[in-house]
Design a protein around this ligand. Structure first.
Ligand code: ACO
Length: 335
């Protein structure tokens, strides 16, 4: 552990990366057996072919813990090396407290500060990386950042407009100062609260409390969205955030070896690539295998890109994400 309050001496960035996927794979044909949809419709409108579904006995902290352990092992860290945890999720373990304390206890990291970015949607992990970077610079902290979702628990399994889009997964990164860190070169983020009702869960808080009638309708546990508006905003904000972060870093898009966007929908990813004028082979895509895994999607894609040898030492990699809020964030990494 670094001495408390010691500012970073080295470049700050990623020191370890890990993921966890539930075992069960669900195909589009399985959805077609349950609701009025087809493999052809889902593939042509979204690019998604399969998604992972957490087992009934699994909860958010289970997936988060497994990804956290994988990230620690990847960086050759022990739990005692971690100074802080920040966890992004829309599908918490329980309503109160937040999910990170459950992970802290089971990981055995001691009584370090832990907190959640709750409900920040699919942009949560990238936003959390930026916050972790600030804490590493100001405090010298090594921060465990986790993006985890059991989004299939937050779906109306009879609403074909939403249920086929999502999947369950977790990803984690250790962020801190280090001579071999994958440097976080620049970051940007933004929010448009005027669009907060376009994507979300309608009931369950103080504004629309749960009543028996609302609970009967499932309003407290089902994501609803205006798909076309979300589509438009996702393309526009992920492109805008990418331009902003490149401008901050003084880097032209042609110098970026790989763009790793939030995996919402293949058509969204293709539209972002067109706007950025980046050829498709420089955009990493795995939405076909996992669907939209919310805040787990960027670490899952980044991890797979690295595993597949898509990233070389020295490469600049651009992360960009968008989700409920609306929130968006982008970050430039140097491997
Ligand atoms: N199977 C068959 N038909 C379907 C399905 C389905 N699973 N879902 C919707 N349809 C039908 C609709 O009912 C509609 O029928 P209608 O014309 O008879 O009313 C028809 O398909 C066309 O619907 P559209 O909304 O025009 O379809 P679109 O091409 O816009 O695709 C989609 C819908 C995939 C939801 C798209 O709007 C989208 O991807 N939006 C972004 C949503 C998203 O990614 N949300 C994730 C959370 S936020 C984030 O991660 C960025």
């Amino acid at each position: 552990m670094s001495p408390p309050g010691t500012p970073a001496q080295h470049a700050v960035g990623l020191l370890g990366l890990g993921i966890h996927l539930p075992e069960r794979v669900m195909t589009n044909d399985e959805w077609a057996e349950r609701i009025d949809t087809s493999d052809e419709w889902i593939v042509s409108r979204t690019g998604i072919r399969t998604r992972r579904i957490a087992g009934e006995e699994e909860s958010t902290a289970d997936l988060a813990l497994a990804a956290a352990r994988a990230a620690l092992a990847d960086g050759a860290f022990e739990p005692a090396d971690i100074d802080e945890i920040v966890l992004a999720t829309d599908t918490p373990e329980v309503f109160i407290p937040d999910t990170s304390p459950y992970v802290q206890d089971r990981l055995g990291v001691g009584h370090i500060p832990c907190y959640d970015l709750a409900g920040s949607g699919c942009a949560g992990f990238v936003l959390a990386l930026d916050i972790a970077r600030s804490r590493a610079i100001s405090h010298g902290h090594r921060v465990l950042v986790i993006g985890v979702e059991l989004l299939t628990r937050l779906m109306n399994w009879e609403d074909r407009n939403t249920c086929v889009l999502f999947g369950d997964a977790a990803g984690a990164a250790v962020v801190g100062p280090g001579p071999d860190a994958v440097e976080i070169v620049a970051a940007t983020a933004g929010t448009d609260g005027s669009k907060s009702d376009i994507l979300g869960v309608e009931a369950g808080g103080t504004r629309v409390p749960i009543t028996v009638e609302r609970a009967r309708q499932g309003l407290h546990k089902h994501v609803v969205m205006q798909g076309r508006e979300v589509f438009r905003e996702a393309v526009s904000r992920m492109s805008q955030a990418s331009h902003e972060v490149l401008e901050k870093a003084g880097v032209p898009i042609d110098d970026v070896a790989l763009v790793v966007p939030h995996q919402a929908n293949l058509r969204i990813l293709n539209a972002v690539a067109r706007r950025l004028q980046v050829p498709q082979e420089r955009v990493f895509i795995n939405v076909q295998k996992y669907g939209n895994t919310g805040s787990a999607s960027v670490p899952l894609a980044l991890w797979e890109a690295r595993e597949q040898g898509r990233i070389e030492p020295g490469d600049l990699v651009l992360l960009t994400a968008f989700g409920a809020g609306f929130h968006w964030a982008a970050l430039l990494l140097r491997f």
